[in-house]
Design a binder for this molecule. Structure first.
Ligand SMILES: [Zn+2]
Length: 409
């Protein structure tokens, strides 16, 4: 048996916002065996002692929408054409490490990373967060993941264990979802509207029919999985919700009806507020095509208003960033954006811990109760007083995953 005891100044419970002083978290064989004030907690003899004096401990953070395969440095079509599929996969190696070192010990990959990435992390071949993944993102012909360009070239990345992204019709959708599940997907990702980083569509238009969406949701549910929808247009969001998806990604043009549909206790919004900002930053650096820049510019302010509408309506909001658009490790900025738009710090933290864990359906993450995974981070101060402490990777001084110290500053 391996045991680790992490001694910190305080332990913050994101469920309640309560803080225990002079805390210890004991992890045995990867799982928390005890956590709280040191008095009354027996530390097993022989446990590795981790000195985190001066730090507040809290559960590892969760990002519900990343793309580990994308570099996050903008879209350069020349570079894209010169990138072999194997290099796309290897790009997940630094991405996963930076994610973990920023304090994100669990992520949901929203498309692009094949299941071998999850296996490589699970088997200790590369460091990274616990990962659930969608493998790919399905869209209709001319939709968000159709990589045909005006010249006729299809520049989609071809990997042997990532099924084709473009699908049309109910029966083909059923078959494709089964193929994606066969390829090891934990989630099914659909694109029910156009998007920003796609050449042929508009984020204001719905894509896929309700029947296609419903068929995908049925097939996913039959094998115990749920569906996430890239959904920006109002009609695309509505179709996704009526069709049965669990999470709305981006949700740029949410109206009151969309919010109402999301209040049934089974849905969550993953807003990724930081993503369009990164598109504009890359554009400034000359690393973004003009068509994508124009679409991002037209979305930014409406995106903020939709977030506020959802917040006021009481919609469940789970933390997600679309990192891979922006650089890996930078996801914490989303906390600051959510806070600026009116979310209080405790809810911001919950969105990336308790709420995120429930949203992606990963047991034993987001809290540090006995039996949970021993995933925790340490910051110098109280993040509920200063969200910058979890927003900037350099401020995350300690990262422990499964009882193993992966970063200590
Ligand atoms: Zn995405």
């Amino acid at each position: 048996m391996s045991a680790t005891a992490v001694f910190g100044d305080a332990l913050l419970d994101p469920e309640t916002g309560d803080t225990a002083r002079h805390a210890v978290v004991v992890v045995e064989d990867g799982r928390v065996s005890a956590a709280g004030a040191r008095d009354g907690i027996r530390v097993p003899a022989g446990a590795e002692k981790v000195d985190a004096e001066g730090l507040t401990l809290l559960p590892g953070l969760i990002d519900c929408h990343v793309h580990l395969r994308s570099k996050g440095t903008g879209r350069d079509l020349g570079e894209w054409l010169a990138t072999p599929p194997s290099l796309w996969v290897l790009q997940t190696v630094p991405a996963a490490r930076k994610t973990l070192e920023a304090g994100f010990t669990t992520v949901r990959d929203a498309g692009g990373a094949p299941s071998g990435v999850r296996l490589a992390i699970e088997r200790g071949i590369m460091p990274g967060p616990r990962t659930v993944l969608a493998v790919t993102a399905l869209s209709q012909t001319g939709g968000h993941t159709d990589q045909h360009f005006a010249c006729g070239a299809d520049i989609g990345v071809k990997l042997p264990d990532v099924p084709e992204t473009v699908v049309d019709g109910v029966e083909p959708m059923r078959r494709r979802v089964r193929e994606v599940l066969r390829a090891g997907a934990d989630w099914i990702k659909l694109c029910t509207s156009g998007g920003v980083l796609s050449p042929n569509d508009s984020p204001r238009h719905a894509t896929l029919t309700i029947d296609e969406i419903r068929a995908a949701c049925e097939e996913a549910a039959a094998q115990g999985r749920s569906v996430m929808a890239h959904a920006q247009a109002t009609e695309g969001i509505k179709n996704a919700l009526v069709g049965g998806v669990a999470t709305i990604e981006h949700g740029i043009w949410l109206d009151d009806d969309c919010c109402e549909l999301m209040l049934d206790g089974k849905r969550a919004l993953v807003a990724t507020l930081v993503a369009p900002l990164w598109v504009l930053r890359h554009a400034e650096a000359g690393r973004m095509p003009e068509w994508a820049t124009a679409k991002a510019r037209s979305a930014v302010e409406d995106h903020k208003r939709s977030f506020q509408r959802a917040l006021e309506a009481g919609v469940t909001i789970a933390f997600g960033t679309d990192t891979g658009v922006g650089p890996h490790g930078s996801m914490g900025e989303e906390f600051l954006l959510m806070h600026q738009l009116g979310m209080d710090p405790l809810r911001c933290l919950q969105s990336a811990t308790t709420v995120a864990a429930r949203t992606i359906g990963y047991p034993g993450v987001g809290t540090l109760k006995p039996g949970d995974w021993g995933d925790l981070i340490g910051v110098r101060g109280d993040p509920l007083q200063n969200l910058e402490l979890i927003a900037k990777p350099d401020n995350v001084k300690l990262v422990v995953k499964g009882g193993e110290v992966v970063k200590a500053a």
